[in-house]
Every structure is written in structure tokens, then in C-alpha cells.
Write a protein that binds this ligand. Structure first.
Ligand SMILES: Nc1ncnc2c1ncn2[C@@H]1O[C@H](COP(=O)(O)OP(=O)(O)OP(=O)(O)O)[C@@H](O)[C@H]1O
Length: 487
């Protein structure tokens, strides 16, 4: 027997027939039409306000054309529209960069929103497991805004309540494929708001030619290559120490030479003094004349490091009580100690006394050198702790192509690989992957993919010639040089 009943009496029902089907119909509360209409009007009005706020120019043009068509006829509207299009085309040809900035990227963003992100959003969210089902309703993260730049699209998203940043970083691969991109990077804008970055093309696909020797030198931003968004990759060399790790053939040399190239005017002026330690004898020796001092054998390297420690301590003694930071000048230049394959001097050194001396000198330089104008840039192949037990004394790290995925976090810190630093996936083919690296820039904790410019043997010879050229004689002006306050 079938019985219809209202929800509230269901709890009191008793049936004597075992297995008798019970039809349960919940109480339906009729919403008054006025409330439904008010909600619809409210939604329409807020959508309209949002449209005007987000696209004021497009709305103004559309309204203006509509007004023209109503007041003077469609021919006037069509003529004005043609004039506007012709003006935009002229702007695009004559001043491409300003056109792109003000119009081009916005139009592209509208197009990408309508053709890529909006249509695939719902499926991508449920496919990646980022939407939630509650009471038979599907709740999806809200697509807030799409912006386009020369290289990548950035999509701002409002996360669902209860979601964490890690929920999104772990789905980066799913999202990249869902929107037809090569990769997806996630970063936090503010609580609950995320930025997803989808590259449309890869500016690091091809080797980058050696950058021009700059006129001015900023020790806090030496240009050495490009970031994945096409912006310059600059390296802070003053007030820090840099550790670069990469398997053989990863292109560690390009980081050294690009840095020296960016510093060349300051080296020539005597404001920066590079010290080269080259235990492999293969890398730095090619541009030996660029170095203020150079050592290759482990004994010479140990002596040089000891000398640097005593110079540094002497300078610290002079600065003590007078100044707390270093500004590069002729009297106290910035001393940059470049060590190629540091493991040869530390872990792989057979002579135990020498190894101890070198380790002690390196630890002293890296712990006390920053504030008095001593910076260490060390490169190595194997970042494991057994090989490099002082890697935590290097504030800035660069992960080039690495052999194992676990090595990525050893270099860039816990969780870096999960956040997209796929250094173990960098191609071993030199033209594709040499010089490519992941770094954490000061502005963001998220790893950024970068590529150092390739400084060829010819470029190094040119740098030596440039340094030794005496056309300026003694009248060489000091380059503008910026150093930061280093506490
Ligand atoms: N930035 C770069 N862009 C393109 N190609 C590069 C770049 N850097 C290096 N290469 C190419 O990769 C090769 C290996 O580079 P490099 O010797 O610098 O590697 P490495 O990491 O120092 O290797 P190893 O540790 O064995 O000395 C170079 O001969 C060059 O052809």
C-alpha cells in the first residue's frame, strides 16, 4: 500500500506491513513572487554595476554608439565605429607597446575569458576536485578576473571556504592541462584569493644571447637572464651569498659569467673585486684576467680563503662602532668570491687538514661577510648535506637541472618542488635546458623559472678586452653603483 504524507509526520509513522514502501514528500514552502523578483532585479543591477566598473571604456563606447544610432541613424554609428577601429589600428602600428598595455592585453583577456576560461571553468574545477558538493548543490571557486600579459595569463580566483593553498598547488598540473597551458603557477593575493598563472608561450625555450655590458651597476639587481614571464632576471649579489646547484652540463658557468658581465663596469672602476676559486681548473681559468685574484689548487684556494678571512675581519674591526652596513667604494670595494664546484674543496678534499681549514674559512666568510661587503657565490653539482654541510648559510639559492626530485627541496627549501620548482624535469639537451633554473625571488616565496644568458668563449674574450681597454685612461667615470643597506 502506498501512502502520501507530509515531511513533519514521517517520524510518527508506524507500519505493520514489513517492507511496505513509504513515499516521503518534504514540505514545500512557496516563496512569494515579490521576493523572487526582488532577488532577480538585485542580481541584474549588481551585474550591471560590475560590468560598468570592470569595463568602463567598452560600456561607454557601446552606449555612445547606441545613442548615436538612435539620435542620428545607423550610418552615423557605423561611420564612428569605423573611425574608432581605424584609430586603434593606427595606434597599434605606431605605438605597439602603449597600445598593448592599454588596449591589446585587455582585449586578449576578454577573448581568453570568453573562449578558454569561462567555458572550461566548471568542468576543470570538478575534474580537478576543487568544487564541493553539499546538499546536492555544487559549489565552485569563483573566477574573479583574467589578465593577459605578453607571455602569460593570470587568473584571479576566489577559493571556496575551507580550501587551502596546498589544495590548489597540488592540482596545478590538472589545471594547466584543463586550460591548455604548459604549466600553472599558484600564488596568494590575499586571504581566500589566489592568482593562477598560465604561460601561453615559453620565452626561455631558446638560449638567450649574452646581455649587453651595462652602463650602470646595481649590486642588488645584476641582470643575468630572463624570467619565465619575459621580465629580466636580476641577481642580488651584495648583502647575500648565493649557492647554485646543477648536474653536470646544467649551465652553471652561464650564471658565473653573466654575473661578471653585469658587474664589469664596477670591476673596471675598482668598486667590485672578483676572487676566483677554480679547483676544477676548467671554468674560471678561461677568463682569468677578469679576476682580482685567482687560485686553482686546493692549497692555493685555502690560502686565498684564509687571506680573505683576515681582510674581512680587519674591515669588520674598522667598521665596528662606526657603520653597520657596507657601501662599495674604492677604499672598501665589494669582494665577490666565486667558487666553481665548491665540493672539490669541501667534501671531496682528501687532505683532512686542508678540508678543515677551507670549511672553517667558508663558514666564517658566509656568517660574517655580508655586512662588511664580502659575498660568496658557490656552485656545485650535488646539493646533499654530506657534500655541502653549510648550504643553509647561503640565503639565496638557484636550482638548475638536478638529477633527483628530492634534491629540489634540498636547494630551494621544503615544499619548493610541490609549488612548481620542477628542476629535475629540466631538459638535459643544452639548447633547451642549459642555463634554465628555478629561484625564489625576494618579492615572492613561489619558485620562478629563469634562464641565464649564455656567455660564449668569444663573449668572455670580449669582456677581458673591454676590461683591459685603455681608451678612457684615467678619466674613466665611476659607474653609477647602488648597494643596499645591509644590517
Ligand atoms: N645559458 C645557457 N644557454 C644555453 N646553453 C648553455 C648555457 N649555459 C651553458 N650552455 C651550454 O651547456 C654546456 C655546459 O655548460 P656548463 O659547462 O656551464 O655546465 P656546468 O653546469 O658548468 O657543467 P659542469 O659542472 O660539468 O662543469 C655549454 O658548453 C654550453 O654549450
Amino acid at each position: 500500500m502506498l501512502r502520501r504524507t507530509h515531511g513533519e509526520v514521517a517520524g510518527d509513522l508506524v507500519t505493520t506491513t514489513p517492507g511496505a514502501p513509504l513515499m516521503f514528500r518534504p514540505t514545500v514552502v512557496q516563496t512569494p513572487a515579490i521576493i523572487t523578483i526582488t532577488i532577480l532585479i538585485w542580481r541584474f543591477a549588481s551585474g550591471l554595476v560590475r560590468l560598468v566598473y570592470r569595463h568602463p571604456i567598452a560600456v561607454a563606447i557601446s552606449l555612445g554608439l547606441a545613442a548615436l544610432a538612435v539620435l542620428h541613424g545607423w550610418k552615423w554609428a557605423a561611420g564612428t565605429l569605423s573611425a574608432v577601429i581605424a584609430a586603434l589600428a593606427w595606434w597599434c602600428v605606431a605605438h605597439r607597446s602603449s597600445f598593448s598595455r592599454w588596449v591589446g592585453w585587455r582585449l586578449l583577456a576578454c577573448w581568453r575569458l570568453a573562449s578558454v576560461y569561462r567555458p572550461h571553468w566548471s568542468f576543470a574545477m570538478s575534474g580537478a576536485g576543487l568544487s564541493k558538493l553539499a546538499k546536492s548543490l555544487e559549489y565552485r571557486p569563483r573566477l574573479v578576473r583574467v589578465k593577459c600579459g605578453p607571455v602569460a595569463d593570470t587568473v584571479t580566483v576566489k577559493m571556496l571556504k575551507g580550501q587551502s593553498f596546498d589544495d590548489w598547488t597540488s592540482k596545478a598540473d590538472n589545471l594547466a592541462h584543463a586550460f591548455g597551458a604548459l604549466s600553472c603557477r599558484t600564488s596568494i593575493v590575499r586571504a581566500g584569493l589566489l592568482r593562477l598563472s598560465f604561460p601561453r608561450r615559453d620565452p626561455l625555450r631558446k638560449p638567450i644571447k649574452a646581455l649587453p655590458i651595462p652602463d650602470t651597476v646595481n649590486l642588488l639587481a645584476v641582470p643575468i637572464g630572463l624570467c619565465e614571464d619575459g621580465s629580466p632576471w636580476t641577481l642580488k649579489v651584495h648583502g647575500t651569498h648565493i649557492l647554485g646547484a646543477g648536474a653536470t652540463g646544467a649551465g652553471k658557468g652561464s650564471i658565473i659569467w653573466s654575473t661578471l658581465r653585469g658587474l664589469l663596469p664596477a670591476i673596471r672602476a675598482g668598486l667590485v673585486r672578483p676572487w676566483g676559486l677554480d679547483p676544477k681548473l676548467m671554468e674560471l681559468s678561461y677568463g682569468r684576467e677578469l679576476f682580482y685574484r685567482y687560485a686553482a689548487t686546493p692549497e692555493d684556494c685555502a690560502d686565498l680563503l684564509d687571506e680573505l678571512v683576515s681582510l674581512m675581519q680587519e674591515r669588520a674591526g674598522l667598521f665596528g662602532g662606526h657603520q653597520r652596513s657596507h657601501i662599495a667604494c674604492l677604499e672598501y670595494p665589494f669582494e665577490l668570491i666565486i667558487i666553481d664546484e665548491i665540493a672539490f674543496l669541501t667534501a671531496y678534499q682528501a687532505d683532512r687538514d686542508l678540508k678543515k681549514r677551507i670549511n672553517a674559512a667558508l663558514a666564517t666568510l658566509t656568517t660574517q661577510g655580508r655586512a662588511v661587503g664580502y659575498g660568496v657565490m658557490a656552485l656545485l653539482q650535488d646539493p646533499r648535506k654530506e657534500v655541502m654541510n653549510i648550504r643553509n648559510l647561503f640565503p639565496d639559492k638557484i636550482a638548475m637541472r638536478l638529477d633527483e626530485s628530492e634534491q629540489v627541496d634540498m636547494v630551494l627549501g621544503e615544499g619548493a618542488r610541490e609549488r612548481g620548482a620542477l628542476a629535475d624535469f629540466i631538459s638535459p639537451v643544452p639548447t633547451i635546458g642549459a642555463g634554465v633554473a628555478y629561484v625564489r625571488l625576494e618579492t615572492s616565496p613561489e619558485p620562478v623559472r629563469v634562464r641565464a644568458a649564455y656567455v660564449s668563449d668569444g663573449d668572455i674574450r670580449d669582456m677581458v678586452a673591454w676590461l683591459n681597454a685603455d681608451d678612457y685612461g684615467d678619466t674613466l667615470p665611476l659607474p653609477e653603483i647602488e648597494t643596499g643597506e645591509v644590517a
